[in-house]
Design a protein around this ligand. Structure first.
Ligand SMILES: [Fe+2]
Ligand SMILES: [Fe+2]
Length: 178
């Protein structure tokens, strides 16, 4: 086994080579381009979720609307936070966050779905969250240990999407008991 010293020499040399790659070093084991492209799909998913929740927030009306509208607004703000985290990670990896509205819905995993009754909006949001939970879980499995930082980021987002899905399922039960 090589001594740590000699390894450290190599690491120091590698850190100087391609210094402008910033956070991406020789230790990066994932396919950077593929990761950037997958993160751009996540970014599109988050932006579509912001738009859908904002639409639902403004359109929520009726006797039960107030608490539900507040939940929509909170989710919208959290999806925006996710979008910002993802965009920042894309730039760390040397990519460009794709904010182009053209093709946004195609790049997104979840669908837009405009307003309707309070119950139907909650249903659509719950479906979108469940889609995101499935695709993000797959991304986490796909990344394995090749890019731990991106994986942890997607894990943090996944945790919040699961909370969103749980909130919505509870709202649905309150509003429309089975
Ligand atoms: Fe999100
Ligand atoms: Fe969510």
């Amino acid at each position: 086994m090589k001594t740590f010293r000699s390894d450290l020499k190599k690491i120091r040399k590698r850190a100087r080579d391609k210094m402008r790659d910033g956070a991406v070093t020789g230790a990066y084991k994932a396919d950077r381009r593929r990761v950037i492209s997958v993160l751009n799909e996540v970014l599109a998913t988050e932006i579509v979720c912001v738009l859908r929740y904002k639409n639902h927030y403004f359109m929520a009306s009726g006797i039960h609307a107030q608490p539900v509208a507040q939940e929509f607004l909170q989710h919208a703000n959290e999806e925006q936070q996710h979008a910002d985290w993802v965009a920042q990670r894309i730039t760390q990896l040397g990519g460009e966050p794709n904010m182009n509205p053209e093709g946004l819905a195609t790049r997104s995993h979840s669908e837009y779905a405009g307003s309707g009754s309070l119950e139907s909006m909650i249903r659509e949001d719950l479906v979108a969250e469940r889609v995101a939970i499935e695709t993000y879980s797959e991304i986490i499995r796909w990344l394995r240990n090749d890019d731990p930082t991106t994986r942890r980021l997607v894990e943090d987002i996944l945790k919040m999407e699961e909370e969103h899905a749980d909130d919505l399922a509870n709202l649905l039960t309150t509003l429309a008991p089975r």
